[in-house]
Write a new protein. Structure first.
Length: 363
Protein backbone atom coordinates (compact mmCIF):
# COMPACT_ATOMS: atom_id res chain seq x y z
CA UNK A 1 0.00 0.00 0.00
CA UNK A 2 1.40 3.40 -1.00
CA UNK A 3 0.60 6.24 1.43
CA UNK A 4 1.46 9.82 0.51
CA UNK A 5 2.04 12.43 3.24
CA UNK A 6 -0.86 14.45 1.83
CA UNK A 7 -3.66 13.89 -0.70
CA UNK A 8 -5.22 17.12 -1.95
CA UNK A 9 -7.32 15.29 -4.52
CA UNK A 10 -9.31 13.57 -1.78
CA UNK A 11 -10.25 16.94 -0.33
CA UNK A 12 -11.56 17.95 -3.74
CA UNK A 13 -13.58 14.79 -4.38
CA UNK A 14 -15.36 15.12 -1.02
CA UNK A 15 -17.22 18.19 -2.34
CA UNK A 16 -16.57 17.85 -6.08
CA UNK A 17 -20.01 18.90 -7.25
CA UNK A 18 -20.01 22.07 -5.11
CA UNK A 19 -16.50 23.06 -6.22
CA UNK A 20 -17.24 22.50 -9.90
CA UNK A 21 -20.52 24.40 -9.75
CA UNK A 22 -18.85 27.34 -8.01
CA UNK A 23 -16.06 27.39 -10.61
CA UNK A 24 -18.63 27.48 -13.41
CA UNK A 25 -20.57 30.23 -11.66
CA UNK A 26 -17.45 32.38 -11.42
CA UNK A 27 -16.39 31.70 -15.01
CA UNK A 28 -19.84 32.57 -16.29
CA UNK A 29 -20.08 35.73 -14.19
CA UNK A 30 -17.60 37.66 -16.32
CA UNK A 31 -16.08 39.24 -13.19
CA UNK A 32 -12.76 37.78 -12.04
CA UNK A 33 -11.00 40.25 -9.72
CA UNK A 34 -12.39 41.98 -6.59
CA UNK A 35 -16.03 41.10 -7.09
CA UNK A 36 -18.86 39.58 -5.09
CA UNK A 37 -17.05 36.33 -4.29
CA UNK A 38 -14.17 38.17 -2.61
CA UNK A 39 -16.55 40.49 -0.78
CA UNK A 40 -18.66 37.55 0.43
CA UNK A 41 -15.64 35.49 1.47
CA UNK A 42 -14.21 38.42 3.42
CA UNK A 43 -17.49 38.82 5.29
CA UNK A 44 -17.85 35.09 5.96
CA UNK A 45 -14.24 34.56 7.07
CA UNK A 46 -14.33 37.61 9.35
CA UNK A 47 -17.50 36.22 10.91
CA UNK A 48 -15.89 32.79 11.26
CA UNK A 49 -12.84 34.15 13.11
CA UNK A 50 -14.77 36.68 15.17
CA UNK A 51 -12.86 39.61 13.66
CA UNK A 52 -14.55 42.78 12.41
CA UNK A 53 -12.73 42.91 9.08
CA UNK A 54 -11.09 40.56 6.60
CA UNK A 55 -9.06 41.61 3.55
CA UNK A 56 -8.37 38.98 0.89
CA UNK A 57 -4.83 38.86 -0.50
CA UNK A 58 -2.80 36.87 -3.02
CA UNK A 59 -0.82 34.77 -0.50
CA UNK A 60 0.10 34.22 3.11
CA UNK A 61 3.52 35.82 2.60
CA UNK A 62 1.83 38.93 1.23
CA UNK A 63 -0.36 38.98 4.33
CA UNK A 64 2.75 38.95 6.52
CA UNK A 65 4.89 41.58 4.78
CA UNK A 66 1.94 43.86 4.15
CA UNK A 67 0.96 43.58 7.82
CA UNK A 68 4.30 45.02 8.91
CA UNK A 69 4.23 47.58 6.10
CA UNK A 70 0.82 48.87 7.16
CA UNK A 71 1.96 49.00 10.81
CA UNK A 72 4.94 51.12 9.79
CA UNK A 73 7.57 48.65 10.99
CA UNK A 74 10.80 48.73 8.98
CA UNK A 75 14.49 49.59 8.98
CA UNK A 76 15.96 49.93 12.45
CA UNK A 77 13.07 48.05 14.08
CA UNK A 78 13.18 44.60 15.66
CA UNK A 79 10.45 41.96 15.60
CA UNK A 80 10.48 38.97 17.94
CA UNK A 81 9.62 35.61 16.35
CA UNK A 82 10.16 31.95 17.18
CA UNK A 83 13.25 30.30 15.71
CA UNK A 84 11.64 27.13 14.37
CA UNK A 85 9.04 28.70 12.10
CA UNK A 86 8.76 28.46 8.31
CA UNK A 87 11.01 31.00 6.62
CA UNK A 88 8.04 32.97 5.21
CA UNK A 89 7.33 34.26 8.73
CA UNK A 90 10.80 35.79 8.83
CA UNK A 91 10.55 37.10 5.27
CA UNK A 92 7.46 39.06 6.28
CA UNK A 93 9.72 40.94 8.69
CA UNK A 94 12.85 41.35 6.58
CA UNK A 95 11.12 42.39 3.34
CA UNK A 96 10.32 45.58 5.24
CA UNK A 97 13.94 46.05 6.34
CA UNK A 98 13.22 45.13 9.96
CA UNK A 99 15.36 42.67 11.92
CA UNK A 100 14.06 39.32 13.23
CA UNK A 101 14.97 38.49 16.83
CA UNK A 102 14.65 34.76 17.39
CA UNK A 103 13.23 33.05 20.48
CA UNK A 104 13.46 29.33 21.19
CA UNK A 105 10.32 27.13 20.98
CA UNK A 106 8.52 25.44 23.86
CA UNK A 107 7.62 21.75 24.16
CA UNK A 108 4.52 22.35 21.98
CA UNK A 109 6.65 23.62 19.05
CA UNK A 110 5.42 27.21 19.53
CA UNK A 111 7.23 30.27 20.88
CA UNK A 112 8.42 29.90 24.48
CA UNK A 113 6.65 32.89 26.04
CA UNK A 114 8.91 32.76 29.10
CA UNK A 115 11.89 33.67 26.90
CA UNK A 116 10.37 36.65 25.08
CA UNK A 117 10.93 39.42 27.62
CA UNK A 118 14.71 38.92 27.77
CA UNK A 119 14.90 39.66 24.02
CA UNK A 120 13.12 43.03 24.19
CA UNK A 121 15.24 46.13 23.48
CA UNK A 122 14.46 49.76 22.76
CA UNK A 123 14.30 48.75 19.08
CA UNK A 124 11.58 46.12 19.60
CA UNK A 125 8.38 47.16 17.87
CA UNK A 126 6.39 43.94 17.55
CA UNK A 127 6.01 40.25 18.30
CA UNK A 128 5.12 37.84 15.51
CA UNK A 129 3.41 34.82 17.06
CA UNK A 130 3.28 31.72 14.87
CA UNK A 131 0.62 29.10 15.66
CA UNK A 132 2.72 26.28 14.28
CA UNK A 133 1.34 22.96 12.99
CA UNK A 134 -2.21 24.08 13.81
CA UNK A 135 -1.93 24.58 17.59
CA UNK A 136 -2.65 27.93 19.22
CA UNK A 137 0.34 29.47 20.97
CA UNK A 138 0.41 30.32 24.67
CA UNK A 139 -1.30 33.69 24.25
CA UNK A 140 -1.98 34.74 27.86
CA UNK A 141 1.65 35.65 28.74
CA UNK A 142 2.24 37.03 25.22
CA UNK A 143 -0.65 39.47 25.65
CA UNK A 144 0.73 40.58 29.02
CA UNK A 145 4.11 41.36 27.45
CA UNK A 146 2.52 43.20 24.51
CA UNK A 147 0.58 45.43 26.90
CA UNK A 148 3.50 45.97 29.27
CA UNK A 149 5.86 47.15 26.53
CA UNK A 150 3.23 48.70 24.21
CA UNK A 151 4.20 46.43 21.31
CA UNK A 152 2.37 45.55 18.12
CA UNK A 153 1.21 41.95 17.80
CA UNK A 154 0.97 40.15 14.47
CA UNK A 155 -0.18 36.52 14.28
CA UNK A 156 0.93 34.04 11.64
CA UNK A 157 -2.13 31.79 11.34
CA UNK A 158 -1.10 30.08 8.11
CA UNK A 159 -1.59 26.68 9.77
CA UNK A 160 -4.16 27.45 12.48
CA UNK A 161 -7.52 28.16 10.82
CA UNK A 162 -10.02 27.69 13.64
CA UNK A 163 -7.59 26.99 16.49
CA UNK A 164 -8.32 28.78 19.78
CA UNK A 165 -6.64 29.79 23.01
CA UNK A 166 -8.97 30.17 25.99
CA UNK A 167 -11.90 30.12 23.57
CA UNK A 168 -10.62 33.01 21.42
CA UNK A 169 -9.68 32.24 17.83
CA UNK A 170 -6.15 32.65 16.55
CA UNK A 171 -5.80 35.75 14.43
CA UNK A 172 -7.96 37.89 16.71
CA UNK A 173 -5.54 38.50 19.60
CA UNK A 174 -3.30 41.05 17.94
CA UNK A 175 -3.39 43.99 15.58
CA UNK A 176 -3.42 41.75 12.52
CA UNK A 177 -3.94 38.03 11.94
CA UNK A 178 -2.28 36.68 8.76
CA UNK A 179 -3.67 33.65 6.96
CA UNK A 180 -2.48 31.51 4.08
CA UNK A 181 -4.88 29.48 1.97
CA UNK A 182 -2.19 27.55 0.11
CA UNK A 183 -3.76 24.30 -1.21
CA UNK A 184 -2.28 22.11 1.55
CA UNK A 185 -3.70 24.25 4.38
CA UNK A 186 -6.76 23.12 6.35
CA UNK A 187 -8.67 25.90 4.59
CA UNK A 188 -6.94 25.50 1.26
CA UNK A 189 -7.61 27.17 -2.08
CA UNK A 190 -6.77 25.69 -5.49
CA UNK A 191 -3.77 27.97 -5.97
CA UNK A 192 -2.13 30.72 -3.95
CA UNK A 193 -4.36 32.82 -1.70
CA UNK A 194 -4.23 34.62 1.64
CA UNK A 195 -5.94 37.16 3.88
CA UNK A 196 -5.62 39.27 6.99
CA UNK A 197 -8.18 39.83 9.72
CA UNK A 198 -8.30 42.81 12.07
CA UNK A 199 -10.61 44.75 14.37
CA UNK A 200 -9.01 48.05 13.34
CA UNK A 201 -11.01 49.84 10.63
CA UNK A 202 -8.01 51.94 9.50
CA UNK A 203 -5.78 48.89 9.13
CA UNK A 204 -8.46 47.30 6.92
CA UNK A 205 -8.69 50.46 4.79
CA UNK A 206 -4.90 50.67 4.46
CA UNK A 207 -4.61 46.97 3.60
CA UNK A 208 -7.21 47.29 0.83
CA UNK A 209 -5.21 50.20 -0.55
CA UNK A 210 -1.85 48.44 -0.38
CA UNK A 211 -3.17 45.24 -2.02
CA UNK A 212 -4.35 47.25 -5.05
CA UNK A 213 -1.20 49.13 -6.13
CA UNK A 214 -1.59 51.62 -3.28
CA UNK A 215 -4.80 52.91 -4.77
CA UNK A 216 -8.18 53.62 -3.18
CA UNK A 217 -9.49 55.20 -6.38
CA UNK A 218 -8.48 53.79 -9.75
CA UNK A 219 -5.30 55.39 -11.13
CA UNK A 220 -4.90 57.60 -8.03
CA UNK A 221 -2.07 56.03 -6.03
CA UNK A 222 -1.39 57.19 -2.47
CA UNK A 223 1.49 54.80 -1.70
CA UNK A 224 3.73 52.30 -3.48
CA UNK A 225 1.59 49.22 -3.00
CA UNK A 226 1.44 45.68 -4.29
CA UNK A 227 -0.62 43.62 -6.69
CA UNK A 228 -1.94 41.24 -4.06
CA UNK A 229 -5.62 40.66 -4.68
CA UNK A 230 -7.43 37.47 -3.79
CA UNK A 231 -9.10 36.55 -7.08
CA UNK A 232 -12.75 35.68 -7.57
CA UNK A 233 -12.16 32.03 -8.43
CA UNK A 234 -10.11 31.29 -5.31
CA UNK A 235 -12.50 33.28 -3.12
CA UNK A 236 -15.48 31.34 -4.46
CA UNK A 237 -13.80 27.97 -3.94
CA UNK A 238 -12.68 29.02 -0.45
CA UNK A 239 -16.29 29.85 0.40
CA UNK A 240 -17.25 26.27 -0.44
CA UNK A 241 -14.47 24.84 1.71
CA UNK A 242 -15.18 27.27 4.56
CA UNK A 243 -18.77 26.04 4.72
CA UNK A 244 -17.38 22.55 5.46
CA UNK A 245 -14.39 23.55 7.59
CA UNK A 246 -15.79 22.34 10.90
CA UNK A 247 -16.51 18.85 9.58
CA UNK A 248 -13.07 18.75 7.95
CA UNK A 249 -11.47 19.78 11.26
CA UNK A 250 -13.51 17.18 13.16
CA UNK A 251 -12.29 14.49 10.77
CA UNK A 252 -8.67 15.48 11.31
CA UNK A 253 -9.24 15.41 15.08
CA UNK A 254 -10.61 11.87 14.87
CA UNK A 255 -7.65 10.71 12.80
CA UNK A 256 -5.17 12.31 15.22
CA UNK A 257 -6.98 10.85 18.24
CA UNK A 258 -6.38 7.43 16.67
CA UNK A 259 -2.70 8.20 16.13
CA UNK A 260 -2.34 9.36 19.75
CA UNK A 261 -4.13 6.24 21.01
CA UNK A 262 -2.50 3.61 18.81
CA UNK A 263 1.06 4.81 18.14
CA UNK A 264 3.27 3.12 20.72
CA UNK A 265 7.00 3.29 20.13
CA UNK A 266 9.60 4.51 22.64
CA UNK A 267 11.69 5.97 19.80
CA UNK A 268 8.88 8.35 18.84
CA UNK A 269 7.67 11.38 20.84
CA UNK A 270 4.03 12.19 20.08
CA UNK A 271 2.70 15.77 19.94
CA UNK A 272 1.03 17.27 23.00
CA UNK A 273 -1.62 19.96 23.29
CA UNK A 274 -1.23 22.79 25.80
CA UNK A 275 -3.95 23.28 28.40
CA UNK A 276 -6.19 26.11 27.23
CA UNK A 277 -5.15 25.68 23.61
CA UNK A 278 -6.79 23.78 20.79
CA UNK A 279 -5.20 22.45 17.65
CA UNK A 280 -6.69 21.92 14.20
CA UNK A 281 -3.95 19.39 13.37
CA UNK A 282 -2.57 21.00 10.24
CA UNK A 283 0.21 18.45 10.63
CA UNK A 284 0.76 15.49 12.94
CA UNK A 285 4.37 16.16 13.92
CA UNK A 286 6.38 13.63 15.87
CA UNK A 287 9.91 13.95 17.22
CA UNK A 288 12.42 11.16 16.61
CA UNK A 289 16.15 11.20 17.36
CA UNK A 290 16.66 8.52 14.69
CA UNK A 291 14.68 10.47 12.12
CA UNK A 292 16.61 9.54 8.98
CA UNK A 293 16.46 5.85 9.87
CA UNK A 294 12.70 6.20 10.39
CA UNK A 295 12.27 8.03 7.07
CA UNK A 296 14.24 5.33 5.22
CA UNK A 297 12.27 2.57 6.97
CA UNK A 298 8.93 4.18 6.06
CA UNK A 299 10.08 4.82 2.48
CA UNK A 300 10.74 1.09 2.10
CA UNK A 301 7.10 0.55 3.05
CA UNK A 302 6.01 3.30 0.60
CA UNK A 303 4.88 5.64 3.39
CA UNK A 304 5.72 9.25 2.63
CA UNK A 305 6.73 11.87 5.21
CA UNK A 306 7.75 15.52 5.20
CA UNK A 307 10.13 17.47 7.45
CA UNK A 308 8.61 20.78 8.63
CA UNK A 309 11.34 22.21 8.63
CA UNK A 310 14.86 20.85 8.08
CA UNK A 311 16.72 24.19 8.09
CA UNK A 312 15.81 26.83 10.67
CA UNK A 313 15.71 30.39 9.29
CA UNK A 314 18.76 31.55 11.27
CA UNK A 315 20.88 28.94 9.46
CA UNK A 316 19.35 29.52 6.03
CA UNK A 317 21.63 30.85 3.30
CA UNK A 318 19.09 33.64 2.75
CA UNK A 319 19.81 34.95 6.26
CA UNK A 320 23.56 34.43 6.42
CA UNK A 321 23.86 38.24 6.69
CA UNK A 322 22.35 38.07 10.19
CA UNK A 323 25.57 36.37 11.31
CA UNK A 324 24.19 33.36 13.17
CA UNK A 325 25.98 30.02 13.39
CA UNK A 326 25.09 26.46 14.34
CA UNK A 327 24.63 26.20 18.09
CA UNK A 328 23.18 29.69 18.57
CA UNK A 329 19.65 28.30 19.06
CA UNK A 330 20.12 24.72 20.29
CA UNK A 331 16.44 23.86 20.87
CA UNK A 332 15.42 25.22 17.48
CA UNK A 333 18.23 23.24 15.85
CA UNK A 334 17.35 20.09 17.80
CA UNK A 335 13.76 20.33 16.58
CA UNK A 336 14.98 20.80 12.99
CA UNK A 337 16.85 17.51 13.35
CA UNK A 338 13.97 15.60 14.99
CA UNK A 339 10.57 16.72 13.65
CA UNK A 340 8.70 14.61 11.11
CA UNK A 341 5.18 15.02 9.72
CA UNK A 342 3.50 11.68 9.10
CA UNK A 343 0.59 11.11 6.68
CA UNK A 344 -2.55 13.07 7.51
CA UNK A 345 -5.25 14.32 5.15
CA UNK A 346 -8.98 14.65 4.85
CA UNK A 347 -10.35 11.52 3.22
CA UNK A 348 -7.67 9.27 4.76
CA UNK A 349 -9.17 5.82 5.29
CA UNK A 350 -8.78 3.84 8.49
CA UNK A 351 -7.09 1.13 6.44
CA UNK A 352 -4.49 3.64 5.25
CA UNK A 353 -3.97 4.97 8.75
CA UNK A 354 -3.71 1.52 10.29
CA UNK A 355 -1.00 0.66 7.76
CA UNK A 356 0.99 3.73 8.92
CA UNK A 357 0.43 2.91 12.60
CA UNK A 358 1.50 -0.72 12.19
CA UNK A 359 4.64 0.31 10.32
CA UNK A 360 5.64 2.95 12.86
CA UNK A 361 5.04 0.67 15.82
CA UNK A 362 7.33 -1.86 14.14
CA UNK A 363 10.22 0.59 13.75
Amino acid sequence: MKIMPNRLDKGFFMYQQEFEQKALDVLRSGWYVLGNEVKSFEEEFASYTGAKYCVGLASGLDALWLAFRVLGIGKGDEVIVQGNTYIASVMGITINGATPVFVEPDEYNNIDASKIEEKITDKTKAILVVHLYGQASNMAPVMEIVKKYNLRLVEDCAQSHGACFDGKMTGTFGDIGCFSFYPSKNLGAFGDAGAIVTDDAQIAVDMRMYRNYGSEKRYYNKVVGANSRLDEMQAGLLRVRLSHLQELTDERQQLCDRYLDKLKNDKIVLPGVREGATTVWHQFVIHCKERQKLIDYLNEKEIGTIIHYPIPPHLSEAYAYLGFKAGDFPITEQYANEVLSIPLYNGMTLEEQDYVIEAMNGF
